[in-house]
Write a protein that binds this ligand. Structure first.
Ligand SMILES: Nc1ncnc2c1ncn2[C@@H]1O[C@H](COP(=O)(O)OP(=O)(O)OP(=O)(O)O)[C@@H](O)[C@H]1O
Length: 358
């Protein structure tokens, strides 16, 4: 089932206007900052609210003319939202049951799905007797047991702890790949989810699509600052030159031009936070073959096993991220306001054409 969606909607002063397609058997990730309209899109697809104008079709079937319960849409949210008074198996059987299947048949389907998500052993438990990860497994089974033509995943891993999330991500990957027919729309903040689960991404900002394309292409070569931030990449806008990128204030970021970058055209230099080294401001690195620039530490944020240092200050260093070990942060005595020098190897920098506004 291929999804086609055109959605225009106003909520207070917020205006959303977005259009996208999800071919059968593929997953589209919708990325965007808080308030960019991701939930508004999911709600419109699910039929939870009525846009000002919408054309939403699944293989030509006009979902926008149907009430929510007739849309054959499965929804998986960040919280499992299981019915507390029903056993696990009856939670999963709920959807086939509400579609008119007999009690036995519905339970049969439910048990099959529980086995599929490695949760068969919890069948007779109540939701209160499950961990967060176990409950989310059951919620995956429940979302799929109704054989939805369209599956909506709303931050499905956001509420899980770091130990449980990879297993559910792997599970989703498996069940999504198993159905060549269903269209899936995933809303997420996490580029890992998009990388692991989505074939294509759409990036929203203030209710508009600002970027779209195959997931890896978009995340590896983001054209907007937001995508670069969520993808965890550094992005410096400027103009492509033979040696790399010339910034607006005349600085040079030495790097390698991507195949499609053209000298003299708007471009972005892209590099990983792990490619950025941090030195004391008076380290005397001038003359080094690397890109070096003075900066001020703006913030220090834990990021998995490393500390992400966000740079502030003037020039193109402002907003850059560097990943350091906690020991390095301690050695350098870094704290917000510390003056530092950042160094980035030219071989770690790729310059991509900027086709959209950053
Ligand atoms: N009931 C409402 N009335 C008026 N405005 C609303 C209402 N619900 C949401 N909005 C506004 O619509 C905009 C989009 O909200 P939406 O929840 O779709 O964004 P989002 O991208 O899902 O955000 P988040 O990542 O925080 O969930 C926001 O500016 C929000 O303030």
């Amino acid at each position: 089932m291929s999804l086609h969606a055109e959605i225009d909607l106003t909520r207070g002063t917020f205006e959303l206007s977005a259009a996208f397609d999800v071919p059968a058997g593929t997953v589209l990730a919708i990325l965007g900052p808080n308030g960019s309209g991701k939930s508004s899109i999911l709600g419109s697809l699910a039929g939870l609210f009525r846009p000002d104008h919408a054309v939403i079709t699944l293989d030509g079937r006009k979902l926008h003319e149907l009430p929510a319960h007739d849309r054959a849409v499965g929804l998986l949210s960040q919280d499992a939202l299981l019915f507390p008074h029903l056993s696990v198996v009856d939670n999963v059987a709920f959807s086939p049951r509400s579609k008119g299947k007999s009690r036995n048949e519905s339970r049969e389907i439910a048990r099959r799905w529980l086995a599929e998500v490695d949760a068969a052993e919890f069948a007779e438990r109540r939701p209160a007797q499950l961990s967060g990860g176990q409950a989310q497994r059951v919620a995956v089974a429940r979302a799929l047991a109704g054989s939805p033509d369209l599956l909506l995943l709303d931050e499905p891993l956001a509420a899980l702890d770091v130990d449980a999330a990879p297993a559910i991500r792997g599970l989703l990957r498996r069940v999504l790949a198993a159905d060549p027919n269903r269209a899936t729309v995933l809303v997420t903040h996490d580029p890992l989810d998009a990388l692991a689960l989505a074939d294509h991404v759409v990036v929203l900002a203030s209710g508009r699509v600002v970027e779209r394309g195959p997931t890896r292409e978009v995340l590896a070569a983001p054209r907007t600052a937001f995508t670069a931030r969520i993808a965890g990449l550094n992005l410096v806008p400027g103009t492509a030159v033979a040696e790399g990128l010339r910034t607006g204030d005349g600085g040079l970021v030495a790097g390698m031009l991507s195949a499609d970058a053209v000298s003299g055209e708007p471009a972005v230099a892209v590099f990983e936070p792990s490619a950025v080294s941090v030195y004391p401001a008076d380290d005397g690195l001038t003359g080094s073959p690397r890109n070096t620039i003075g900066a001020v530490v703006g913030a220090l944020e834990p990021h998995g096993p490393v500390i992400r240092v966000r740079a502030a200050g003037d020039g193109w260093a402002s907003g850059l991220s560097a990943d350091l070990t906690p020991a390095a942060v301690a050695d350098l005595r870094l704290e917000p306001g510390s003056r530092v020098r950042l160094a980035i190897k030219a071989t770690a920098v790729t310059v991509h054409p900027a086709s959209l506004q950053a």
